[in-house]
Design a binder for this molecule. Structure first.
Ligand code: 5GP
Length: 125
């Protein structure tokens, strides 16, 4: 069930729990501002989620309230993971689902990083 991205941040969401170390994740990268880990239900040979460490629901929330350091750190982390995973030469896709029409399920901002095969249509019909 997609979330309502206008609601306040819910500190009990699954990615907040991963950030607090309450549940495990297969981490591929971590720094002061971001955490990257494998999606539990991969949709491509490479399917990694990159999340900011701060409490932000969505891209618009993050861009409105995030500090310059948090935003720069998060954007750099996404690029770092893409390079580190060897995705630059073959190509890859970034996706952020936001709110109801976006189909967002977890109310903590995350960017999906897909790769490892040709990824087909950008938006299914
Ligand atoms: P959304 O639809 O919100 O953009 O995507 C949420 C993603 O989080 C889904 O791809 C789902 O498989 C993934 N996910 C949900 N729960 C967990 C979890 O506990 N651990 C990990 N690693 N991924 C999760």
């Amino acid at each position: 069930m997609p979330i309502d991205a206008t609601l306040p941040y819910d500190a009990g969401n699954i990615f907040a729990r991963i950030l607090r170390g309450e549940i495990p994740a297969k981490t591929v990268y971590e720094d002061d501002h971001a955490l990257a880990f494998h999606d539990i239900n991969p949709q491509a040979p490479v399917h990694i989620l990159v999340i900011p460490k701060g409490a932000y629901v969505s891209w618009d929330d993050f861009s409105a309230r995030g500090s310059e350091a948090e935003i720069a750190g998060f954007v750099r982390a996404v690029g770092h993971v893409a390079r580190e995973q060897g995705l630059v030469a073959p190509g890859y896709r970034l996706l952020a689902n936001i709110g109801g029409h976006g189909g967002q399920e977890v109310p903590h901002l995350h960017v999906h990083l897909f790769g490892g095969r040709p990824l087909g249509m950008m938006v299914p019909a």
